[in-house]
Design a protein around this ligand. Sequence first.
Ligand code: FAD
Length: 410
Amino acid sequence: MNFEITFTPEQQEFQIRVRDWLKRNMPKGIEHPADPANLTRGGYEKQRELGHRLALEGWLYPTYPKEFGGGGLSPNEALIIEMELEKYDQILPPYYDSGGKLAAASIMVWGTQEQKSIFLPQILKGEVRTWQLLTEPEAGSDLANIQTTAIKNGNKYTVNGQKIYVGSSHGAEWSWMLANTDPGGKRHGNLSWFIVPMDLPGITWAPMDLIFAGNENGALSGFKNTVYFADVQIPTENLIGGENNGWQVADTHLEIEHGLMQGSLLGDHNLRRTLNACRKLKKRGNPLIADPSIQEILAELYIDSEVTRLFHIRIHWLRSSGQKISYQGPQAYLQMKRQALRAAKHTQDILGPYALVMDDKLSPEDGFIEVQQRGSIVAQHPGGTVEIQKLIMSRKLGLGKPSMKYGSKH
Ligand SMILES: Cc1cc2nc3c(=O)[nH]c(=O)nc-3n(C[C@H](O)[C@H](O)[C@H](O)COP(=O)(O)OP(=O)(O)OC[C@H]3O[C@@H](n4cnc5c(N)ncnc54)[C@H](O)[C@@H]3O)c2cc1C
């Protein structure tokens, strides 16, 4: 049976148009360093420049309504743009904007008309880059335990607290932040979401020292930060979804993060690079790829990669045909996380210590393979760990605790 996505003649024409457009509009020298930590300021600015150019066509956030700065396009057309960008090792948006993706979706569902018309165009036209600020030292998997407080005083909220593992290199204009607006209140009934301009007085951040941060589905976040809030004054207009209603809004945010924003429909770059390395490197005069024992491992890698892709094709199909997505999101995310670890192990089995060195001469594939080794371990955590994906799946399937509601309030 053929599960491939097919495009209509109009969509094929659109693909040619996008391809031609990218040839003319891709900023020269746009970077894709093996280690996202090496993304330069100039490289980041080129990503933003590409974002602006895409936005003028409505292609930065293609499926959002035109009235808010999106393109009003279908999921297939959005996929076409991503497929063409992938040829340049770029994704959509071409800069790390996880907060933008998740805030925009949440504002679409929970924002007032006024908030939609103020906040959405700035995200969707690439005028701002937005970080997502959820995790804290005592609130990771246990997200309901948020300790950062946002206490209302008149037309402002005073925010105090700390977020960890957040953001990227090269700063952000905004953040999409979850805070506790009723510290003595009921668990799950005391959280609220805010759009936070990052230049407000009292906000500071510092990079964290981690073994790796930030491929995040090709978005090159670079590194993660600790962000501190000291008596930060946020206007009440920036509260999204109502005070103490944050757990419901979080459902929308997390539903999208758990499997609905992955670029895994596209090619598997790690697999491609491992295959390349096996073609180039030799063992007793023969390329590794000619060795039957290595071919066997490569077949395993390929099958696993295909399973991930097929899970994501299913999500794309559900989304394109307007069906509800339930356990399939976390299922795909879980498979992707586990596959990353298995792929790293298999790659090490094939390449041995070469897979672990970052060296101009010795690293296969310009260091991308070494980065994959570190990245696969780290990838087990963002957006909810492997165990949390299993928990969400079982709840969506109605096992154990009562099934979680769908994120959308519609
Ligand atoms: C590269 C990277 C990028 C990130 N980006 C962001 C970001 O942009 N914004 C943001 O807000 N956060 C971000 N995070 C944080 C991420 O969401 C958290 O690391 C994650 O939710 C886990 O929380 P924790 O690290 O506190 O681990 P913990 O919650 O302390 O978990 C520790 C271990 O216990 C297990 N565990 C916990 N609870 C259960 C349970 N109920 N059942 C079974 N096992 C359980 C977990 O699976 C894990 O193995 C990022 C993290 C990383 C590593």
